[in-house]
Design a protein around this ligand. Structure first.
Ligand code: ZN
Length: 244
């Protein structure tokens, strides 16, 4: 099975549509690692589009839970909080109902899926190899896919106690995962934070355990215009142009 792996769409419909068009023909199923809403201008449209994708496994993220009212907004910074409050003002009952039913962690064959980490599926950021090390003991499959940091990266287990090495994303070339234990983050569709503003996603071939990181430029200005029209915080619009 060929899987399109996406995460952290954050209501950026233009980025999502661009990723789907770019990946067209290279996947039969979609795994979405959470944070469909928050920050961006099109929460309902993004959820509507994602829920119709083929072979979908979709997780809930911390921003989704915040929009659902399941997380205290005070844990977010001011701009994120404003965007969540705005999202709550436009989100439809149908969108909320869909988000509320999503799991925070799931498993498919050799792949464990979590928004943040196996240890704390909603909240923990796997930001370095030491945090990855702690998490290698907390899933039993060979492979684990996470989102949440908005940074494309691969952590490879190198020792019996979860010792891990980081491997930066090598785009548009497939890497075999066979014989290894890895934690991989495909990066963010709708708000990349690795100083590269292009939308990030990945394609996985589960028959061969082949992983390919991908990037695609999208019309950032179109998303920014929608954000400004919605009076979302200017800083959130500006950051899309730089990828931070
Ligand atoms: Zn996110």
């Amino acid at each position: 099975m060929r899987v399109l792996v996406i995460s952290d769409i954050h209501a950026n419909l233009v980025a999502l549509e661009t990723v789907l068009a770019d990946a067209a023909g290279s996947y039969d199923a979609v795994w979405c690692l959470g944070d469909l809403v928050g920050y961006g201008p099109n929460p309902n449209e993004c959820v509507e589009l994602v829920r119709g994708l083929p072979g979908l496994i979709c997780l809930v993220g911390n921003h989704d839970k915040a929009v659902l009212g399941e997380i205290d907004l005070n844990v977010f910074n001011g701009d994120a909080r404003s965007a969540i409050a705005w999202s709550q003002s436009v989100i439809t009952p149908g969108t909320l109902e869909y988000l509320r039913a999503l799991p925070a962690r799931d498993q498919h064959g050799d792949y464990t899926l979590a928004h943040g980490s196996p240890r704390q599926p909603v909240w923990e950021y796997i930001l370095d190899r030491f945090i990855a090390q702690d998490n290698f003991a907390l899933f039993t499959t060979p492979y684990c896919l996470v989102g949440h940091t908005h940074m494309p990266i691969l952590y490879r287990q190198t020792g019996p106690h979860g010792e891990a090495q980081e491997e930066s994303a090598d785009y548009h070339s497939a890497r075999s995962l066979r014989g290894e234990r890895v934690i991989i983050n495909p990066g963010s569709v709708g708000q990349p934070r690795d100083n590269n503003p292009d939308a990030a996603y990945a394609v996985l071939d589960t028959a061969g355990d082949l992983w390919e990181f991908r990037r695609v430029p999208y019309d950032i200005f179109a998303t920014q215009s929608r954000m400004r029209a919605a009076h979302l915080p200017e800083r959130l619009a500006a950051r899309l142009g730089f990828g931070w």
